[in-house]
Design a binder for this molecule. Structure first.
Ligand code: WTA
Length: 715
């Protein structure tokens, strides 16, 4: 477990550090890596013995078909209304079209074809957070009925047409996948905003996507409290209106049907309360729209290097093929399994590996409303035991937390996992071992899956039962995926060199996003310009995909992901842009300058820490730190709440006036700040170091993670 002051990323040795004026981040490509390679752990024997010939031959099959035809293997898992004529159209890189000429409907593939064959199989087992509320089973047949009724409402009442965007701000209840699939059924593009994002954050996404329809819920359970979710919708609508986008229809699902649980009254003429409003559509059939393979299926906003989140656009045929294929190969999911992914559907993991992948395969998933540690850290294991979960999927942050709060808890329950998946952040070997030994009882395969919102599905992971696992390494690339590690000049870092570099993907794959919504230039510049040498080139070989992650690769081809090299902080496996947080800080009038840096955290991996300098004459810096915490919560959400807000007399800056975030990060993480003699005012660094690391005396400090409102004075 990393202790305070140690990061998961090894520090750069002194001699290789970049000169200070060069910029504010150290390039991963220049960092020598001194991590100890772990001994491989063989694949579990039972699992290895249970694999059939087609599973064993997967890599060989991909190799035989070659790129791009190998991806037909995944597309063949789907039912196509009209078969495609060309696997890949790569005539306009980096804009690719997969399975061209094909037509299909995602909701048909996820529901109807299973509902026909086994109508009574559970698609979802919904577990409400309050432990005394019964588990609700949603069969494939009932899922189809609910999706069709919702789809007819969207179309007939809310006027949603093919290609329209619908913003969904729903918690983890069955209404979320129902609404997503209802959009997919009529060819509308859903944009799900994580329910933990603030109303303002939701409103900005409504405006960017141009949604006229918002789908929300009155309330939901979180950590033992029924949270009123409606104020967020009002804020979202007001924020979108300021940005010039009006919302004409609001669909409000009731957490308890017929019992409205919010203090905000519905607005007549604009709001509809569901499921009551669906009564007139009871039993209504809505045939699935056969969509072109490349029709957009959804947008998922994600943080990047600028303050504005970008709408990652995923298509239908390529995305669905890739998620179905990787759900089968990596999670080894089959219809008879009971699968539980603890991620929230509001993030990409939930889209790909709760909704689209598992449903495309006709599997049964647990859908859990609340936090895993409510009411105690035995909850996940009780649920697993009660519902016979055998494929489990979560994040290193959740594993660390469950281990910290109840290290011996899994032993008390009789569950048996076959596959244990982890995603979202690097998992350190100690945490990996607890997952494998205590949770997996040494008989489950751990798959450490590396991928991103933009990649649609998993790109690197060991294959369960086939590959040896190495704690701390994601493993080899999946079949058809071709990663490379490049240095800053674009030269490949050799495997086994121990050096880190920028992780790129050399070939496209069907899960790759199509573009950034409304901003194709940003798509090209963010992900492809870095290593493209000829912007006019029509050859995909000239357009490697730049992931933004640093990585190393051992001689046996296993990749170890070191983390983001851009201005993204991975907090508890959730991506936050430092620039977004900084712009929230700067909205507080007394703040002159703000810098946000990641600090290593025992449970969450990284947490944001804020440094600000104030305008002259501010008399109450404590109030300012509270205002900053409030601004971050309202503009982004609680997940972005900083661990600390430091008010410094002056920011450390280069002579050209650039804030040295790297120096601040070294101070917060108790690393060597390096040579700072070339800074505009080197003495500032020591002053800040004493403030942050010193005995607590001196200027102002605030810890908003202790409820900010209660703080009255400096510590
Ligand atoms: C990080 C989540 C190490 C990485 C699916 C990536 C990981 C970012 C892993 C994407 C892993 C994801 N090991 N790091 N197994 N999986 N990451 O878009 O930095 O929310 O770039 O997608 O999470 O986060 P996103």
């Amino acid at each position: 477990m990393p202790s305070r002051g140690r990061t998961q990323r090894p520090p750069a040795p002194r001699s290789r550090r970049r000169p200070v004026d060069d910029g504010d981040s150290v390039s991963e490509a220049e960092i020598a890596v001194h991590w100890k390679e772990e001994e491989p752990v063989g694949p579990p024997a039972d699992l290895a013995a249970s694999l059939g010939p087609s599973e064993r031959a997967l890599r060989a099959r991909f190799a035989r078909l070659g790129f791009p035809e190998c991806f037909r293997v995944y597309a063949d898992l789907l039912t196509w209304e009209q078969p495609w004529t060309r696997t890949l159209d790569d005539s306009r890189p980096p804009f690719y079209r997969w399975f061209v000429g094909g037509r299909l409907n995602a909701s048909f593939n996820c529901i109807d074809r299973h509902a026909r064959r086994f109508p009574d199989r559970a698609a979802f087992r919904f577990v409400p957070e309050p432990p005394d509320e019964p588990v609700v089973t949603v069969t494939y047949r009932s899922l189809q009925r609910r999706v069709e009724e919702t789809a007819s409402f969207l179309r007939e009442r809310a006027g949603v047409r093919m290609g329209d965007r619908v913003t969904i701000h729903l918690p983890m209840t069955p209404e979320l996948p129902v609404t997503m699939l209802a959009c997919a059924r009529i060819g509308a593009v859903h944009s799900v905003v994580f329910a933990g994002f603030s109303g303002e954050a939701c409103g900005r996404r409504i405006a960017d996507s141009g949604s006229r329809v918002l789908v929300t819920m009155d309330a939901f359970w979180r950590n033992g409290r029924l949270l009123d979710h409606r104020p967020a919708a009002e804020l979202a609508i007001a924020t979108a209106a300021q940005d010039g986008q009006s919302v004409d229809h609001v669909l409000v699902w009731e957490r308890y049907p017929g019992r409205y649980s919010s203090r905000t009254p519905p607005v007549t003429g604009r709001d509809a309360l569901l499921p009551d409003a669906l009564l007139e559509f009871a039993g209504r059939r809505v045939p699935p729209e056969p969509m072109p393979s490349e029709a957009p299926l959804f947008l998922m906003y994600t943080s990047g290097t600028t303050g504005r989140p970008k709408g990652v656009q995923h298509g239908t045929g390529g995305y669905l093929s890739y998620t179905a294929g990787t759900t089968r190969t990596v999670l080894d999911l089959h219809p008879e399994d009971v699968y539980w992914c603890l991620a929230d559907i509001g993030w990409i993991t939930g889209h790909s590996y709760i909704v689209y992948g598992p449903l495309a395969l006709g599997a049964t998933s647990v859908l859990y409303e609340g936090v895993p540690t409510f009411p105690d850290s035995g909850r996940p294991w009780r649920i697993a035991e009660a519902l016979n979960v055998n494929v489990f999927h979560t994040s290193p942050t959740a594993i660390r937390l469950l281990r910290k709060l109840g290290p011996a808890e899994p032993e008390r329950y009789r569950f048996r996992f076959r596959i244990l998946a982890t995603v979202g952040e690097p998992i350190e070997p100690q945490t990996w071992r607890w997952y494998y030994e205590a949770v997996g009882k040494r008989s489950a395969a751990v798959v450490d899956t590396w991928w991103q919102t933009e990649t649609g599905g998993i790109l690197c992971s060991t294959l369960p039962g086939l590959d040896a696992m190495k704690p701390g390494s994601t493993g080899p690339p999946l079949p058809g995926i071709d990663p490379a590690i490049l240095d800053d000049r674009g030269v490949e870092v050799p495997d086994g060199s121990g050096r880190a570099g920028n992780l790129v993907l050399r070939t496209p794959w069907p899960g790759l996003m199509q573009t950034i919504w409304n901003d194709p230039d940003r798509f090209v510049s963010t992900y492809f310009a870095r290593y493209n040498t000829d912007p006019k080139s029509r050859d995909w070989r000239r357009w490697p995909y730049f992931s933004g992650d640093g990585a190393t690769r051992t001689a046996d081809g296993y990749l170890r992901i070191l983390g983001r090299i851009d201005d993204v902080i991975n907090v508890a496996g959730h991506r936050l842009g430092t620039k977004e947080i900084e712009s929230a800080c700067l909205s507080v009038p007394d703040v002159a300058e703000a810098a946000v840096i990641p600090e290593a955290d025992e449970v969450k991996g990284r947490v944001p820490v804020v440094y600000v300098s104030l305008r002259p004459g501010v008399s109450d810096p404590i109030r300012v730190t509270r205002d900053i915490a409030d601004a971050i919560e309202t503009q982004i959400g609680k997940i972005a709440q900083p661990k600390e807000v430091w008010v410094v007399p002056e920011m450390p800056k280069t002579r050209s006036g650039k804030i040295m975030r790297r120096v601040l990060s070294a101070i917060s993480n108790r690393r060597d700040v390096g040579d700072v003699t070339t800074l505009a005012d080197p003495a500032v660094v020591e002053e800040i170091r004493r403030l942050v690391q010193g005995a607590g005396a001196g200027p102002v400090r605030s810890r908003p993670s202790d409820p900010p409102r209660k703080r009255t004075g400096p510590r």
